[in-house]
Design a binder for this molecule. Sequence first.
Ligand SMILES: *Cc1c(COP(=O)(O)O)cnc(C)c1O
Length: 402
Amino acid sequence: MRVYLDNSATTKLDENVLKEMMPYFTEEYGNALSVYSLGQNARKAIEDARIKVAKAINADPSEIYFTSGGTESNITAIRGLAYSYRRRGNHIITSKTESPVVLETCEQLEKEGFEVTYLDVDEKGFINLEKLEDSITDKTILITIMYANNETGVIEQIANIGAIARENGIFFHTDSSYAIGNVKIDVKREMIDSLSISAHKFYGPKGIGALYVRKGLKFKKFQVGGHQERNKRAGTENVPAIVGLGKSIELVYEDFEKQIQKTIELRDYFFSEVQKRIKNVYINGDLKRRLPGNVNFSFYDVEAEDVILNLDMKDICVSNGNVCISGSLEPSHVLLAMQVPYDIAKGTVRFSIGKYNTKEEIDYTINTLVEIIEELRKIEKEEKNVCRFAEQCGGNCSGCHK
Ligand SMILES: *Cc1c(COP(=O)(O)O)cnc(C)c1O
């Protein structure tokens, strides 16, 4: 049995989504720019998908642009807005716990003459709204704060940030690539000016996403050479993938409440069983304002890498939360920003529950986890007890030189 508990990294494609996509590979393969009916069928499929995406976030279809995914949408929004409104100012506000794409885009903009404020977060993972207001200057043009954190699942106070931005005449972008499909987003109510969408985070295909930009806002385009996407993103549209994005976003919000309820039940069960059966474990991130499927544990006295590899041997897929740096022993920038001590941060494992997970899988995972942590801690303890000065002490080591 393979247990997939890394739904924050990506999800399994829904069979119903695949079914919807299939005809657009081999039957309706026209280029959406062509005037004959084969091309126009593709055009119609794209526009239908655009309506579905818009509906899911309470936007207008004319505000939706298809992209290759969350990464491209974030870069296009942040760079595009920054350059379009540069004459108004050059200051951008973000936070220290953003995903690497947002952080690196901001760092790049700094090299190009923009100024960026990186807000701290508290130990629960939230930015401070007063500090946000305090950091606004007459040069501030853009606030970019993620909707929900991809490591901890913590949900920011998006509507409040939107209100602060709007009051001050500043644009508000949110990286919602991880949040969409796990929470209901309303761009009007939350006063969001732009946001990113990634289909493979909600049972759609990889390599496709969307960017929402509020009507009337200008953003510089970076991909030139064709007139697709209302002249904002050159390149022949990936019709099957766009159809897949439309179908997956429609499906995920169709039986949303029921699905979320099930996920929350599994998560709470996971939380309580692990805390009952494993000592010295810490849950990262606020317990209430977080996405339904995210379980982020720090296990004391173990290395995350060892836990992940041992779980993999039992066919359980989990990660240390930061896909982009997994494989390295670097502690997560998110946990460090939350003031989690290095020693605890290094034992952090993220489990993310999705719609295909069952109670049996969670039970299997908990049982396996209990064994693995116990075993790893035993090894860790034995290693600690071997003292460098054991010979001098004559074997009566009391741990004085540990
Ligand atoms: C997945 C993710 C991205 C990247 O999206 P892609 O479609 O894989 O490019 C960006 N930000 C967050 C928060 C994500 O979870």
